[in-house]
Write a protein that binds this ligand. Sequence first.
Ligand code: FAD
Length: 299
Amino acid sequence: MRKKKIALIGSSPIILIIANHLKNAGHKITIFDKNKKIGGAWAYYKFRNHYISTQTNVIVPDTKFEEKNIPLINEFLKKNFQTKITRNFNRFKPLGYLAKKNYNYNLNSLYEKVSQDKNIFFKKRFIKKIVVKRKKVIIDNLKYDEIYITTYCGVENLVIDNFKIDIKPRPIVSEHAMVITKKISKKHLAYSENFDKNFDRAQIRQINNYTVFTARVRKEKKGKNLLNLIMNSKIVKKKSDIIKIIKTKYKNYYRNFEQRDFLSRNTYNTPINYVNSALFVESFFSMNDKLKLIKRNYL
Ligand SMILES: Cc1cc2nc3c(=O)[nH]c(=O)nc-3n(C[C@H](O)[C@H](O)[C@H](O)COP(=O)(O)OP(=O)(O)OC[C@H]3O[C@@H](n4cnc5c(N)ncnc54)[C@H](O)[C@@H]3O)c2cc1C
């Protein structure tokens, strides 16, 4: 098999999994990310050797097929990245689908393995335009055989054989709170899409001796003082129970269904591989169809 030079844009978990797979197949891999911090919408904060995602992140099935086959993803993550996976006995349906079984995933080992791999190169750059000429991809003045782009990448234009295609996304900036506490005054919560008047997507987890609350600040509460919101939501009884508050803003390059379909059609049969990464489980199975990440047949 010919060894290829392959570029990938972004560092969300699915991109890291693809990069690792392609590197194992012997290709030369470069990941472009505008941020130094990897993870994309799954980025984490390192607190006393724990990697805690600063956004509310869950890996959950959205269909019966995904629910039946999620054990194959678990097996893959354990085998390739030694991912720690435990059963989550709460029943919740963040995507509107109520699965019988849910799991907790600790993706630390994925981040560590890929970011420390000497054969995967990281370049901190924002890629605005991708040019394809004579079946080669040109970005950042360098030539690649192929490129992988995801649904929420910020690329604005493709120029394929001199034909310009506008794929501009709609940036949405969300605000997130992470509160590391000694003692929380709420029950553990696997996930809630509608937490209270200050926060919507929320999660309350035990991480060793700490209880961690992560949530997205409601649209109408963006820009407000985070400590006030936390106290107002009665996350802790007293301020001294808080060990740390981390406030993050995340810029998501949003694309709706129409734009995803447009991207998919316009990159078909070109060296641009479009990964529909709108949700993790969906992106994993669609990549598996293409790259055969897992060798076993679906259940
Ligand atoms: C706040 C938030 C929470 C989410 N939580 C979940 C969840 O719990 N479960 C789930 O299944 N899905 C979740 N999603 C959906 C999520 O978008 C996908 O799971 C997945 O992360 C999408 O991957 P992506 O690469 O398309 O985008 P992102 O995860 O947003 O990653 C994009 C990455 O590419 C970089 N980048 C973007 N554009 C460029 C560019 N032009 N040049 C260079 N670098 C660039 C960014 O810095 C970033 O690292 C969430 C989305 C958001 C916004």
